[in-house]
Every structure is written in structure tokens, then in C-alpha cells.
Design a protein around this ligand. Structure first.
Ligand code: ATP
Length: 572
């Protein structure tokens, strides 16, 4: 396929009137591709050359890309760098600056060159990357160049989510959108869209046979909410409750030699946990995949410290001082693979027994505290004990529940402390727009427009304006730094909103928000018409709690969850 055709598809898809139309367009484009190019197209659609968990980044800042563009144009470097800066989008600038030409690159060539740019590292790599990029851009049409330049600078964010790509692949190669769950399963086990694309070309049998692999992150199983202990007891019956630790969830893979640590959003964060891995290496020599909550402890007392402390380890170079100041303890709660056996389809009870037999304690490792509870009283008592121990509450687990990769279901239910006059749980929302501040807030963002995720439509639907809870530092520095790169003139195609904020953003940044109540609203699109005709749901008295960089936009609170929270808010 020519790259021009690929670029044309991107434009069509951006303008699609509905998700079904988007799926059909994509499926058509996939069908035109020779099979070996399908995985490449899937990656390029995501603006990548390898799955995110491999951590292969382009390492090309906008300034470097502008220099490459200057080289391609044969123009003065400083002049182009300045012009790109003023325009604010290198793609848009390239569209104007490059001479009309036919381009004629192939998809394969563009992929290979972009991959070479990403893989080039070490001394002199910056200059080599720049020259390679310049050659590529020089042979491209303005539209092709715009996509290439936005891709390498990480600015290509299309209106296509993973769910839409999977559905299009199902339609293109299995002839039926309804077969998406088969692809979803493979994706949940491997987190690798390009790999799923390869499998779908082999047919249904290959998809059904897919298993998790050490080294590839398994999409994490998530917990549902219920209003209170009675409802949890009613739903699960006698079950195992575990302390809910307030740290960072980590999935650790070990192949007998090498370790990988994946975050909640499946980023490779191996370098953040050398001490935890050292401990695991001391106690386990055979391959495994486990999940744990990594909690920072007080170096003097050994007591658990709140989540925010983990953020101190999120630096490029962890020093021995930082490791000493923020020591980690891993509370292991899942074993997905061990002794050559995949365990995720086994019931919780069995997985836990295996975990307990397999586990060896260590100064830095502990099993999550659990108890079998038969009555509401026992559950409440264990909950109180968990709070006393410094935890956030409990995660209640169904004894016969398997590990459902990538799903949020009632096999796990979280039980957190409800605060009087507030919703018992916070929401994780995506910022999609903002209003400019007035008065004391002039020159900053006054309030943000925040949205939930609607997985059925693969889009973001607004739920609230949020303006309180931000510190002056948030308003003056943090929010502009985080949001400005994603500003756009028009609404993003994946956002559905009835309100018109002053500025729009690409749906990227996730924040945690607490609120007093969920109400019906004619102004917001979240669950529009689901509870009452012509009305969506909105938050009352919302308040910013913190940034949730550990969540991708698609991991934000879903419309279904908001509806559940709306219905359950007065119960319990
Ligand atoms: P979610 O992970 O459900 O999307 P979240 O990140 O806001 O949302 P919570 O909803 O508060 O987290 O609770 C679920 C999280 O609790 C898990 O993802 C995990 O990180 C953490 N956790 C702590 N202890 C346990 C445990 N014993 N078993 C399972 N999860 C636990």
C-alpha cells in the first residue's frame, strides 16, 4: 500500500460521522493491505513502531524535527525552528511549507525508516535521526510529511481507539464485527495490537489458542464497586477479603533471567524497582508472572506510607539515596503464571493456595493479608482492621472467580471508606476542554471540562466542570505544562459535548475527582438518555484530587460505572 492511501484513510476516519462508519472505513483499508503490512499499519495508526510496553520511543523533540524539516526544505534551521514554534504544530506547518509533490512512499518504507529512527541510540544518534528524518520528509507529499512529523514528535493522536481497531480487524478478516470478543481476549492476554493483527490473519483457531507470555503484559483485572458491606455480602456470598494497599500496582514478569515490571497502564517501569527485583531474585529462580501492590514504607518504622510517596521513585535515574529514602515493600496478591503453568483460568481459591505455597517471605515481600468472611459483621470487622493497619479498605474476591484479564467485573469488589456527604468512591476523568479564568484566575485555566469513557462508542462523554481542589501551583504551572501541548481549536472527534469550552484538548490527561453527588443534567453527555430521556449525568460539587498518570484515557471511569454509582449513591 502507498503511504498516501494510508494517510487518506486517516483523514477519512478523523471525519467519520459515526463509529460504525469509522470501523467500516478502517476495515476496508485493512483489506487492501498485503497481510504482512497489516501489523505495521496497526502500529502506525497508534503513532508507534512497536507496542507501547516495549518502550521503543522515537526520541525526537519538536525542535529536532523542525531542524530535519529545515534540512529537507534546504532552508535556514533557526528560521524554521522559530516558524514551527509559532505555528504550534509541526504537522500543520509542514502542510504549508512543503512544495506540492506526489510523494509516492510506501507504507513499508515509512515504517522501516521510522523504526530505524526509533532504534538509533548512543553517541551521534541525534544527528543521524535528524538526517534520516529529513530524507524521509524530502521524499514525501505535504500530507505524508505532516503525518510523519507528528508521529515522530508524539503528536499523532488519532480519533481511533484500540477497541475500534479490534472491531475493524474483526470485520475485515473474520467478516463480522461481532467476533470482536475473540480479538479482545487475545489483546487482553498480550496487550499487543500488532500481534493480534498477525493472529487474526491466521484465523480464528490461532486467536483461540493464544496464551499469555512471559514478557508481554497481561491487561489487568479490575474491581467493581458496590455501595456497602451488605451489598458485597449479598453479591459474593462468603468470600475472601484482602487488604487494599495504597501503592502502585505492578505486574512482574520473570523468565528465569530477565525481569519486566509493568504499571497499571502497562508501561515498562522495570527501572523503578531494582530493590523489589533483587528481593524476588533472592527468593525465586524459576519463571513467573505475579501481581503486587508496591508500597513505600517508612525507613525507620517500616510503616506504610501513602501512594504519593511512590511518585518520588518516578525519576529517570534512581539514586541509592532515593532508594533508601523511599524503600519499597511488595504486597503480592496474584500469581498468573508459575512452574510452567498458566493459572489465570483457575479459581481464585486455587490461585491463592498456589501463591501461598510458591511464596517465600522476605524483608521486602509479603503476601496480601486475607481473611475468609462469612457474614457482614465479619466483613466490617476485617475492614476496620485494614484501615487500622494503614490500608485503604478491602478488595473482596469471589472464591471461584478466574482472573479476567482486562475486565472490570464483580469477581473483585472494592470496599473503601465512605465519607459522610460524599460519594463513596472517586472518579477518574479525562480532561477534554477548559474555560479561561477570570479575576484571580485570569491568565490561567478557570475550570476544566472532564469526561468519562464510553467503551461502546469508544468516545469520551462529559460529566462535569471542575474548578476546585487545584492549588495555585496547579493553576499557574502544572496545568498549563500538562495541558497546553494538547490544546486544539476544535473538539476532538472522540469527544461528545453539548458545552462549548474556551479551549479543547485531546483526551489524554486523566485526573481523579471526588464529588458529593451524581445528578441528572441536560448539559452533560455522560450516559445521555440512559437514565432519563434528554438528560445525561453530572457531578455535584466536584473537586480535583490528583493526577492519574497511571491511567490511560480508556481506563477512565466508564459510563456504565457512573450509572451504577448514580443508582447506588443513596443505598448502603
Ligand atoms: P481501578 O484499578 O479499579 O481502575 P484505581 O486504580 O482507582 O481503580 P481502586 O479502584 O481504588 O484503584 O482499587 C483497585 C486497585 O487496588 C487495584 O488496581 C490495585 O492497584 C489495588 N490493590 C491494593 N490491594 C489489592 C489487593 N489485595 N488485591 C487487588 N488489588 C489491590
Amino acid at each position: 500500500m502507498t503511504f498516501q492511501r494510508f494517510v487518506a484513510t486517516l483523514l477519512e476516519v478523523e471525519r467519520a460521522s459515526s463509529r460504525i462508519a469509522m470501523v467500516k472505513m478502517l476495515a476496508e483499508a485493512f483489506r487492501e493491505l498485503p497481510p504482512e503490512e497489516v501489523p505495521l499499519a496497526v502500529l502506525l495508526l497508534q503513532g508507534r513502531v512497536a507496542p507501547e510496553f516495549e518502550g521503543l520511543e522515537f526520541g525526537v523533540a519538536e525542535k529536532e524535527a523542525a531542524k530535519a524539516l529545515a534540512l529537507a526544505l534546504g532552508r535556514d534551521e533557526a528560521e524554521i525552528v522559530q516558524a514551527v514554534k509559532e505555528k504550534g504544530d509541526i504537522g500543520a506547518y509542514a502542510l504549508e511549507a512543503l512544495p506540492r509533490s506526489a510523494g509516492g512512499l510506501t507504507l513499508r518504507h515509512v515504517y522501516d525508516e521510522l523504526r530505524a529512527i526509533a532504534e538509533d541510540a548512543g553517541p551521534g544518534s541525534q544527528a543521524r535521526k535528524r538526517e534520516r528524518l529529513a530524507r524521509l520528509v524530502a521524499g514525501a507529499s505535504p500530507e505524508e510529511a505532516a503525518v510523519i512529523l507528528r508521529t515522530v514528535t508524539g503528536r499523532l493522536r488519532l480519533g481511533v481507539g484500540d477497541a475500534t481497531v479490534l472491531e475493524a480487524l474483526a470485520l475485515a478478516y473474520l467478516g463480522d464485527r461481532g467476533k470482536k470478543p475473540l480479538l479482545e481476549r487475545a489483546y487482553n492476554l498480550t496487550s499487543d495490537l500488532a500481534y493480534v493483527a498477525r493472529l487474526v490473519l491466521e484465523g480464528e483457531a490461532a486467536l483461540r489458542a493464544v496464551k499469555l507470555e512471559v514478557g508481554k503484559p497481561v491487561r489487568m483485572m479490575l474491581a467493581e464497586r458496590l455501595p456497602g458491606p451488605e451489598q458485597i455480602m449479598e453479591k459474593l456470598g462468603p468470600h475472601f477479603a484482602e487488604h487494599k494497599y495504597d501503592g502502585e500496582r505492578v505486574q512482574v514478569h520473570f523468565d528465569g533471567d530477565r525481569f519486566w515490571v509493568y504499571s497499571r497502564r502497562l508501561e515498562n517501569i522495570t527501572h523503578q524497582y531494582p530493590d523489589l527485583l533483587e528481593a524476588l531474585r533472592e527468593v525465586q529462580q524459576r519463571p513467573f508472572i505475579l501481581e503486587a501492590e508496591a508500597v513505600v514504607t517508612d525507613p525507620l518504622t517500616g510503616e506504610m506510607r501513602p501512594f504519593q510517596n511512590v511518585l518520588n521513585r518516578k525519576v529517570k535515574h534512581l539514586t541509592p539515596e532515593l532508594l533508601e529514602k523511599y524503600p519499597i515493600k511488595g504486597f503480592v496478591f496474584e500469581l498468573l503464571y508459575a512452574d510452567g503453568e498458566v493459572l489465570i483460568e483457575r479459581p481464585y481459591r486455587e490461585r491463592r493456595e498456589r501463591l501461598e505455597r510458591w511464596f517465600s517471605p522476605h524483608e521486602r515481600l509479603e503476601l496480601s493479608t486475607k481473611r475468609f468472611v462469612k457474614t457482614t459483621e465479619e466483613l466490617v470487622r476485617f475492614f476496620d482492621a485494614s484501615i487500622e493497619a494503614g490500608c485503604e479498605g478491602l478488595v473482596c474476591k469471589k472464591p471461584d472467580g478466574d482472573y479476567e484479564a482486562g475486565k472490570r467485573g464483580f469477581k473483585w469488589v472494592k470496599y473503601k471508606r465512605g465519607i459522610a456527604g460524599k460519594l463513596s468512591d472517586t472518579l477518574d476523568l479525562v480532561i477534554v476542554g477548559a474555560w479561561l479564568g477570570r479575576g484571580r484566575r485570569a491568565g490561567t485555566y478557570g475550570s476544566l471540562l472532564a469526561a468519562a469513557y464510553d467503551p461502546d462508542e469508544d468516545r469520551f462523554v462529559t460529566l462535569t466542570k471542575v474548578g476546585s481542589g487545584f492549588s495555585d501551583e496547579d493553576l499557574n504551572e502544572v496545568l498549563p505544562r500538562r495541558l497546553d501541548p494538547y490544546r486544539r481549536e476544535e473538539r476532538h472527534p472522540r469527544v461528545w459535548s453539548l458545552l462549548e469550552p474556551d479551549v479543547w484538548f485531546e483526551p489524554v490527561q486523566v485526573i481523579e475527582v471526588e464529588a458529593q453527588e451524581i445528578t441528572l443534567s441536560p448539559n452533560h453527555t455522560c450516559a445521555f438518555g440512559a437514565v432519563q430521556e434528554g438528560r445525561g449525568l453530572a457531578l455535584r460539587f466536584p473537586r480535583f484530587v490528583r493526577y492519574r498518570d497511571d491511567k490511560s484515557p480508556e481506563e477512565a471511569t466508564t459510563t456504565r460505572e457512573v450509572v451504577e454509582m448514580y443508582k447506588n449513591q443513596w443505598a448502603g
